[in-house]
Design a protein around this ligand. Structure first.
Ligand SMILES: [Zn+2]
Length: 727
């Protein structure tokens, strides 16, 4: 009786014969190989396809076809067609380590999950670009008993001889790659030393058929380039140059460096980066330079897996040959420009590190209109202000608006502190707990599916075993059904493995305790005596990835979206100081309330207090309503006349003016008016005091003031009786 483990699955040839024939010959050794056993064939055969650059993907079609043919060959080696998986995600991704190659990572994952019987690739050792990756794959394949195969044969990493061979192949492949790169580099280097290696020429230059570099034959292109240098010399800044060029409608002629329109002129609006490139490039001064940039190995590769380069200081340039190409400016002018750019740079605030300024969100605040990182500016009051520099960078009209720093900072700090409150932490932990429960349910579901598939396979086996051997036709059908059930089981088991791998593990108990402890530690650190702004910024950055704000021109409301670390976002709104009442959200309500209070005969000071109590704020938001602001409002609404000099009659004084004239406190003078010692009247709406004093009166009041300085308990009546006021 057959047991499930040594069942040979039917060999189906689904791929075209021409494809499989092409690689059949070199793999013939593998076919005969006794290394391939049923336990290998039960598992997947993975064909790993890769081409290092997109160009190679386009050009080396032949090699790619050969790689895909390996799928057909896996079938020829005894794998069912639906058990052959082609991994080709890494097409066109270069890079010498596995960090950015999703396909290679997936290959390793499948091997570690014990799903793979054979890994096939064209020139196996080149499959992993670095020796380190290759040995890693080798180790894993040895542990899980996975075979490796290429056009030369099939190898078992557990076999000593094979392993030696595989190791050698890896080493040789890497050696070959390094030698080739060195040879290429040496060739390039020799050419560069002669000043003849041009990878690309900057705009304003073209390369002739014989490799020589010359000025762009188009006069207008040349003029535009000269205009950049001329304007920079005049304005002294790149921003100033950009704005001038844009204002005057200057466009730069750029020649397409690739594609179907190669070499064709395109007229583009200048932008900052182009101007910087032109001003920094020594070629415009006629110099040939090689090695202005180098790969920065300390920095991780970017999101596309490309290495990051850094500028090399001039003293370290590998090659600098002056007067090698036609020039737009002199070398002295170039030097002067570099100095100027360096001086300008000192003002730029670009670094992403947390600094000691009081604006807590600098570096993580993003403009919601254009997506740029917002800059921080400390105004004359030392209060931070966040603003977007898009209009400066692109020399366009300003559409993105800035916002005062304090209300926004306060909002984010409040949210961060709320997130760290024990109740919030508890809630988060409960969400994790819920996630765990959900995972458990899914896990049960998966296990049931696996169980069910195994049961089906078992039943198919029993049915097959029960049939009489004479009844061949039935037996064959049942055998086929049994094989299919086994295959289905295997597939469900593999999917279950992937599920287990993909769902996050649950939180260990000590992690949980640590999280709870942090919820008290961080606020304590925040409020610690020695905590600096830089510390606080680090705390915020620990929790908040970025904050996106959308400022609306006609409203005081600002939408703020906090993107928390871990992917969660929350929406908020803050009110910003605005310039006019019209921008206030509750302007109508404010107006109605002022009209209502004024109608009741309430004084301006009282209205101001009431408005403040009811939560109204004036546009600038910096302080509560003052009496003066209420007057302004009353004037604006046409409820009172302006306080102006025309309302004063002859010899009349505003009380404050008279007080300063007599050098007595205002309150004392008002007291005298109330006592009837001075003639006075009140304005009808604002109830301001106006006093009357002609020259004689002034003389009397001066004497009265002189007596009052000494704090007299009683005053002579001639000093306290006002003169008759003329009608
Ligand atoms: Zn913007």
């Amino acid at each position: 009786m057959n047991s499930p483990t040594n069942t040979t699955l039917p060999q189906r040839r689904t791929c075209g014969p021409s494809a499989s024939e092409r690689v059949q010959e070199p793999l013939a050794k593998g076919m005969r190989s006794s290394k391939i056993q049923d336990r290998h064939r039960e598992r997947l055969a993975i064909v790993y396809v890769r081409q290092s650059t997109p160009q190679q993907v386009q050009e080396r079609t032949e090699s790619r076809i050969r790689q895909y043919d390996l799928a057909a060959h896996a079938v020829a080696l005894g794998w069912a067609a639906d058990r052959v998986v082609v991994i080709d995600e890494d097409q066109g991704s270069s890079g010498q380590s596995a960090d950015h190659r999703a396909g290679f990572k997936r290959l390793l994952a499948e091997v570690t999950m014990d799903h793979v019987g054979l890994v096939l690739g064209l020139e196996m050792s080149r499959l992993a670009r670095s020796s380190k990756d290759w040995h890693h794959l080798l180790e894993l394949c040895a542990v899980f008993g996975t075979l490796l195969g290429d056009q030369d044969g099939v190898y078992s990493p557990t076999d000593t001889n094979d392993r030696l061979l595989l190791g050698l192949k890896g080493t040789m492949s890497e050696f070959e790659a390094v030698t080739m790169r060195n040879r290429l580099d040496r060739g390039k280097w020799n050419k560069a030393q002669r000043g003849e290696l041009f990878i690309a020429v900057p705009h304003g230059y073209v390369r002739a058929a014989d490799g020589r570099v010359m000025l762009d034959p188009d006069e207008q292109v040349q003029t535009a380039v000269r205009l950049i240098f001329y304007t920079f010399a005049e304005k002294g800044s790149v921003y100033g140059t950009l704005h001038t060029l844009v204002r005057n409608g200057v466009t730069l002629g750029i020649r397409a460096s690739h594609g179907t329109r190669l070499g064709e002129l395109q007229w583009r609006r200048p932008n900052l980066s182009t101007l910087f490139r032109v001003l920094h490039h020594p070629m415009y001064a006629g110099a040939y330079v090689y090695g202005r940039q180098t790969v920065d190995r300390k920095r991780p590769r970017d999101a596309n897996g490309r290495s990051v380069s850094r500028r090399v200081p001039r003293s370290e340039w590998a090659v600098l040959i002056r007067e090698q190409v036609p020039a737009y400016i002199t070398w002295e002018q170039y030097e002067a420009n570099q100095n100027r750019l360096l001086q300008n740079q000192c003002r730029a605030d670009k670094t992403g590190v947390a600094r000691s300024g009081s604006a807590l969100l600098s570096g993580i605040l993003v403009c919601g209109t254009c997506g740029r990182r917002m800059q921080t500016h400390y105004r004359h009051t030392h209060r931070p202000f966040y603003f977007c520099v898009r209009h400066l960078e692109q020399a366009r009209e300003q559409v993105c608006r800035g916002v005062a720093g304090v209300p926004l900072d306060e909002l984010v700090v409040r949210q961060v502190m709320t997130a760290l409150e024990p109740a919030a932490i508890e809630l988060s932990l409960r969400v994790i707990e819920d996630g765990r429960r959900e995972r458990e349910q899914l896990d049960t579901h998966w296990r049931k599916r696996v169980e069910r598939a195994r049961y089906d396979a078992g039943r198919a086996e029993r049915q097959y075993a029960a049939v009489e051997p004479e009844n061949r036709l039935v037996a064959r059908t049942l055998e086929q059904r049994w094989e299919e059930a086994l295959k289905a089981t295997r597939q469900v088991e593999e999917e279950y493995d992937r599920f287990v791998r993909q769902t996050p593990p649950e939180l260990p108990a000590n992690e949980r305790e640590r999280i709870v402890a942090l919820s008290t530690d961080i606020p304590a650190l925040w409020n610690a005596v020695g905590a600096t702004n830089a510390d606080r910024k680090e705390i915020i950055r620990g929790l908040v990835e970025r904050v996106v704000i959308q400022v609306h021109a006609d409203s005081e409301a600002v939408d703020a979206t906090i993107h928390w670390q871990g992917g969660f976002t929350s929406q908020h709104e803050i009110l910003r100081p605005v310039a006019t009442y019209k921008q206030l959200r509750d302007n109508d309500r404010l107006r109605a309330r002022v009209v209502e209070l004024q109608g009741k005969g309430t004084t301006a000071a009282e209205i101001a207090r009431t408005l403040t109590r009811e939560g109204f704020t004036p546009p600038r938001r910096c302080n509560p309503f003052s009496k003066e602001q209420v007057w302004q409002l009353l004037v604006r609404f046409g409820l009172t006349r302006k306080r102006d000099v025309e309302t004063l009659n002859q010899d009349e004084w505003w009380l404050s003016k008279l007080a300063s004239e007599l050098k007595v406190p205002l309150l004392r003078l008002r007291d005298w008016v109330r006592k009837g010692w001075v003639h006075g009247r009140q304005t009808p709406h604002q109830k301001l005091w106006i006093a009357w004093a002609d020259a004689d009166e002034l003389d009397r009041l001066r004497r009265l003031a002189a007596v009052s300085v000494h704090g007299a308990s009683s005053y002579p009546p001639e000093l306290t009786t006002p003169n008759r006021k003329p009608r």
